[in-house]
Design a protein around this ligand. Structure first.
Ligand SMILES: [Fe+2]
Ligand SMILES: [Fe+2]
Length: 271
């Protein structure tokens, strides 16, 4: 089974560019094209937050239009730029968005790997939170199926990255989350967004990771007091392949590049 993770699409109404220069709508179109042209079509697409920029209805309407070419089931979670009710209004047929309220937390049991989505949103703030209520829901939901491999998806990553201006935002409850995860060995991965880069960290006996944005990336600067800059490195998405035993992650780069070229001709390595 193949999961595709797309994150931090940051769509703005009227295809307005983010920060005056990032054409997030066109970049999401390129991302969607790239996913649909993959030789192995993903079974599921996971969108891990910051779906739009200001949580507005007109932004979500454009997002829904841009995602239409994706023919596989999609599962959405909010990030710090999102607004729960507007997100639900824009995707009325996504019943899982209503599994629990007010938070958008849900479990999907339709696949060999169980999906559990966490809501780290604090309305109007950049940082994230997993309060006791949300963590207790996670603990009891994980306890329901201890033998089913599980992929946890959430927006704010629960670890420090070294990217100083992002670490300041942080995730309240990250230590308590680690304690919960460490009690449930079926958690194969915590797949996160928010960082606009690919990062992996050992976490609670599992692995926590972040995914590149389909649009702009956070500048790679590991100084504690570095500026909050972004760069237009090649954007990407991730494929999480369940081989029956492990979740294997590949980062795909979006764009047109030379190749592929063969290593060999007539069975011999090209010198
Ligand atoms: Fe973001
Ligand atoms: Fe974010």
């Amino acid at each position: 089974m193949l999961f595709c993770q797309i994150t931090d699409t940051h769509i703005k109404a009227g295809r307005k560019h983010a920060y005056g220069m990032v054409d997030t709508a066109t970049m999401l179109e390129h991302c969607v094209d790239s996913v649909m042209q993959l030789k192995q079509r993903p079974d599921v697409v996971l969108l891990t937050g910051d779906l739009v920029d200001y949580g507005r209805d007109d932004e979500y309407a454009l997002l829904a239009t841009l995602l239409k070419p994706l023919t596989m089931p999609m599962y959405l979670i909010p990030g710090n730029h999102d607004e729960r009710d507007a997100l639900r209004r824009a995707f009325p047929d996504h019943e899982y968005l209503y599994q629990w309220s007010p938070f958008i937390q849900y479990a999907i049991d339709d696949y060999p790997v169980r999906i559990i989505a966490l809501d780290t949103l604090i309305p109007g703030q950049g940082g994230g939170r997993l309060c006791d209520e949300r963590l207790q829901w996670l603990d009891s939901t994980l306890a329901e199926k201890p033998d089913t491999p599980t992929l946890v998806v959430m927006h704010h990553p629960p670890f420090r990255t070294g990217l100083g201006h992002m670490d300041i935002l942080g995730l309240e409850g990250a230590d308590a989350l680690e304690a919960v995860i460490s009690r449930h060995s079926q958690v194969e991965r915590l797949a996160c967004g928010h960082l606009h880069r690919s990062i992996q960290v050992r976490f609670g006996g599992s692995l926590a990771s972040t995914c590149p944005s389909s649009a702009h990336q956070i500048a790679l600067d590991l100084s504690a007091d570095g500026p909050d800059n972004f760069v237009l490195e090649p954007p990407g998405y991730q494929l999480h392949w369940w081989d029956g035993q492990r979740l294997v992650t590949h980062t795909a780069v979006i764009g047109s590049f030379p190749g592929p070229y063969p290593f060999r001709t007539d069975g011999k390595l090209i010198d």
